[in-house]
Design a protein around this ligand. Sequence first.
Ligand SMILES: Cc1cc2nc3c(=O)[nH]c(=O)nc-3n(C[C@H](O)[C@H](O)[C@H](O)COP(=O)(O)O)c2cc1C
Length: 168
Amino acid sequence: MKTTIFLFHPDMQQSRINQALIDHPGVDVRDEYALYPHGDIDVSAEQAVLKNTDRVVWQFPLYWYSCPSLLKKWEDQVLAYGWAYGPHGDALHGKELQLAVTVGGQEADYQPGRRQSHTIDEYLSPLMQTGKYTGMKVLKPFVIFDTFNISDADLAKAAAKYRQVLKN
Ligand SMILES: Cc1cc2nc3c(=O)[nH]c(=O)nc-3n(C[C@H](O)[C@H](O)[C@H](O)COP(=O)(O)O)c2cc1C
């Protein structure tokens, strides 16, 4: 099974967590902000990579309860009518979608009645539904919480778990 990580982090130079999550033998990592520093996405190139991938990973830091803006633009342009949905829009059918998300807040706060009000799955639901709508099998999101406080040892453990998730 071929897995490709589509990484959306606007500032990988300053990243600690996502930087620790990109070392995957046998998995291609596409740093989308590095590929498209001006935001001019090469739609055909992205579609060709998607076609050739069995498992699509969208990896990003949570920004204002959502994804960094280039991922939204990428969805709007790459998941085109007649390609990803609509008539003959079956290019992604049968593929798997894995979200991998890093989150500053604490897991216990991402609950109804707590500081963040909603679960992380609720915040991620538009992305997961996009996967479902385009015919992909949506896997359980891989989430790392509390990124401001996580120790180096726990980060290394989380990175190992992520490698395992991508291997399965
Ligand atoms: C613009 C911006 C918005 C953010 N919004 C949220 C948020 O809504 N919820 C949250 O828990 N953390 C939020 N964070 C924290 C990031 O998710 C966190 O710093 C990141 O996942 C750490 O990964 P990195 O070291 O790879 O940058 C935000 C950070 C930035 C810079």
